[in-house]
Design a binder for this molecule. Structure first.
Ligand code: S5P
Length: 274
């Protein structure tokens, strides 16, 4: 399966231009780390992005938790993404009818399509949510064309998560149906062998796996979060490991991100046999 192939090979063969760019960044910077920058002021967010930028492939945001969000927030993020060569992933988890999510994604107060390369959605509403977001991002008048992608939230890390079974299988079905915009999944393992009666794996299929809930110092939190190490996440199929508090809440976030980078990268090298 594709998880045994080096990022560079996957970059070369991939039909999706944003995925090619993502793998090229990983290869160039030798990192598969996504930092989840869940801080609550613009200054903290931009400082973190500037400090950690050299060691990460992707910066994940929750833009709605900032107490002082303004256009300067996203201008600053875009500038730092260029300076340090990382992608931005707004973890908005769209979850509504198609007509609503189109307006939440493109335009609105947050103008997410303008500054976030990667977004995600849950499929509780059914296939229509994926269809609607794909329609917006592939329209002739969509200004950011090939530089945007969608991850389907196929599983969750929290205790008692209901994102399993048929929900997860459907996530894979919809990804296969809307490959033009869907680049992969947020999930806890490789889903490449997942089959339903409706869709089956195609030969050229190469979805990207982002795994969250990665932490070297803790097994979980008091609110149901469950953690694993970079090593175990990558061994189970993560192409990119997402860590928040393990990095930004460490005494020295730069020292911490370097540790996650090294462990995530070594686990990747081991998985692909390099
Ligand atoms: O299943 C999930 C999916 C996501 S996107 N579990 C998660 O924890 N997340 C997000 O990853 C969550 O919203 C948070 O931004 C981050 C985990 O943060 P940490 O501090 O626990 O590493």
């Amino acid at each position: 399966s594709s998880s045994k192939l080096p990022y560079g090979v996957r970059a070369k063969n991939h039909p999706n231009i944003l995925v090619r760019k993502l793998f090229a960044i990983a290869e160039a910077k030798k990192t598969n780390v996504t930092v989840s920058a869940d801080v609550t002021t613009t200054k903290e967010l931009l400082d973190l992005a500037d400090q950690l930028g050299p060691y990460i492939a992707v910066l994940k945001t929750h833009i709605d938790i900032l107490s002082d969000f303004s256009p300067e927030t996203t201008t600053g993020l875009k500038h730092l993404a260029q300076k340090h060569n990382f992608l931005i992933f707004e973890d908005r988890k769209f979850i509504d009818i198609g007509n609503t999510v189109q307006k939440q994604y493109h335009g609105g107060a947050l103008r997410i399509s303008e500054w976030s390369h990667i977004i995600n959605c849950a499929i509780l509403p059914g296939e229509g949510i994926v269809q609607a977001l794909t329609q917006t991002a592939t329209a002739d008048d969509f200004p950011y064309g090939n530089e945007r992608g969608l991850l389907i939230l196929a599983e969750m890390t929290s205790k008692g998560s209901l994102a399993k079974g048929e929900y997860t299988t459907r996530s894979v079905d919809y990804a296969r149906r809307y490959k033009k915009f869907v680049m992969g999944f947020v999930c806890n393992r490789a889903l490449t062998e997942e089959q339903s009666t409706e869709t089956s794996k195609s030969e050229d299929e190469d979805f990207v796996v982002f795994t969250t809930g990665v932490n070297l110092a803790s097994a979980g939190d008091a609110l149901g979060q469950q953690y694993q190490t970079p090593q175990s996440a990558v061994a189970r199929g993560a192409d990119f490991i997402i860590s928040g508090r393990g990095i930004y809440a460490a005494p020295d976030p730069v020292e911490a991100v370097k540790r996650y980078q090294e462990q995530g990268w070594n686990a990747y090298l081991e998985r692909v046999g390099l």
